[in-house]
Design a protein around this ligand. Sequence first.
Ligand SMILES: [Zn+2]
Length: 474
Amino acid sequence: MSSKETIIRLVESKKDFFAKVSDDVWATPELGFLEFKSAKTLMDALEEQGFKVEKGLAGIETAFKGTWGSGKPVIAFLGEFDALPSLSQQASCNVKNPVEEGGNGHGCGHCNLGAGSMAAATALKEYMEANNLPGTVVYYGCPAEESGAGKTFMARDGVFDNDDIAITWHPGSTNNVWSVSSLANIVVFFHFRGVTAHAAAVPHLGRSALDAAELMNVGVNFLREHVIPEARMHYAFTDVGGGAPNVVQDRATVLYYIRAPKTEQVMDIYPRVVKCAEGAAHMTDTELTVEIKTALSDYIPNDVVSQTMSDVMVDLGPIEFSDEAKAFAAEMYKSLTDADIKSGIGSLKSYMSAEEAAKRVHEAIIPDVFPYKRQPVHMPGSTDVGDVSYVVPTAQLSAATAIIGTPGHSWQQTAQSKSILAHEGLTYAAKVMALTGLKFVENPDLVVKAREELNAETGGVYNCPLPKEIKPQP
Ligand SMILES: [Zn+2]
């Protein structure tokens, strides 16, 4: 039997086990840095599969790793498992129906992500064990991708420094290797403190923190014209100082995301946003405290690893979805709005003609593999895989676990994250990742090439955007 067939069999033989791991994590949806039950489910599974488990990485209770083997190369698989607020939803159900009103839900499929990456790590380990191949397989449990950027803290602490190749995936609606970068991002609270007063009787005695926050936002809205057009600045009030208009607000907090294609560009814009906040504090005679919550570097796809992964996918061919999965996809498709379908066509248009995309969107689940072609563009969001990609040559694939047009961070995604589609998609992703890892175990030259490419891109330097003193917070 070829190594390819053996790996496929190894993944297939444990697909029910890892589908259950995914479903168990789905059933305990927890927010960033609070994923205690989900982390335990994954650590127990790692132990059961023969990995040596260490927890509390980078001082984070829910960050952990499982290690097997010794020596080089070190092949790392990244897993995530955090959920999102307010996206609770019954599994495999095509009408909105929360398990718990207002509860958390796996609306980004990270339950699949953590289990799929572990399935890959396990298959590669078993293959290496059976064939006496030297090398180390590491699985990382990376918390808080959504809100806290756990991997940035882990990268800042040197957790990934010994790894040669990093492999990961994200549940999606197409099968392809990520060929674009993502935006760097700094996440910052601006806290204003003033003085409360009766807003009608003695307003002159009050100093409004809410005024300060509003003036800061006005300043930043003018600043937008004078930063690079690719930059994105968004804000949300996390504290408006109370709900009574007749009480001058003595406190207000606004949370900013400041994003741009490269970390250096974010770091150019950030002090200018701080100046807007300082100006607003001056104008209103209030006090300002600036608190960085987290930060994320841009993602650098490594061409050597990404191309290897893409070749594996092309060779493996499309996902052979079962009839049951196709029937479920057709049911889920009924939940999409016209706008969702239009956005599905939009994503398919990256791979086919507009005409074909408009036709194929109605198939709901797209099994095809779309080969890798590096594109000099960035996707509009951010991911903490970026920080890993500065330290280790990294590739990330998307595998279809949901129907095309599924809105990101939606109840439809939660519904599909525990479904036959998710199980079949994560099994496929595991095969791709395990086979990709094996290519690097078998070809030390490729490992060297991947590292050379990374060094050429970064000069071998990773400047973590997160200051040393910042601690992870939920
Ligand atoms: Zn996600």
